[in-house]
Design a protein around this ligand. Structure first.
Ligand code: FES
Ligand code: FES
Length: 164
């Protein structure tokens, strides 16, 4: 029997449409799997305690905090990270364009988490009120912006998505 914390498992995960099979330690966090095993460093890690929302990714379309999941827990599932947003190199997803045009970021540390939580939210709320947007991002902390431009960017992204 292997020592606690060193047990390994082979997992097969779809990330941004590509299938990856990796042998990982059972205790490896999903955030570390994405960043260190797959090199997808767009997913940021802030608190590592489920508080800040910076590490948010989509698990089968639903926002989750990747610092609160083990990689083995997503075996057989689909993950989407910020790297999967843009339709192709050199283009921006409407959410990215909206954050860019409405100055929805400063240091950018919270931005990947904001984008992913908003992607799931706007899919279900195509024409949200400001209050609904504020509620949707209430679990994502930003130290820089005061949130106003993030809310404006989310509203503009909703408009772009409705007209696309
Ligand atoms: S790093 Fe995961 S919630 Fe803060
Ligand atoms: S833009 Fe700096 S933490 Fe949000």
């Amino acid at each position: 029997m292997s020592a606690v914390g060193t047990e390994r498992r082979t997992i097969r995960v779809t990330v941004n449409g590509a299938v990856y099979e990796r042998d990982v330690e059972a205790r490896l966090l999903l955030s570390d799997f994405l960043r260190h095993e797959l090199g997808l460093t767009g997913t940021h890690v802030g608190c590592e305690h489920g508080v800040c929302g910076a590490c948010t990714v989509l698990l089968d379309g639903e926002p989750v905090r990747s610092c609160l999941l083990f990689a083995v827990q997503v075996d057989g599932h689909a993950i989407e990270t910020v790297e999967g947003l843009a339709p192709r190199d050199g283009e921006l997803h409407p959410l990215q364009r909206a954050f860019w045009e409405k100055h929805g970021l400063q240091c950018g540390y919270c931005t990947p988490g904001m984008l992913m939580v908003l992607k799931a939210f706007l899919a279900e709320h195509p024409d949200p009120t400001e209050e609904e947007i504020r509620e949707a991002i209430s679990g994502n902390l930003c130290r820089c912006t005061g949130y106003q431009n993030i809310v404006e960017a989310a509203r503009y992204a909703a408009q772009l998505l409705r007209s696309s």
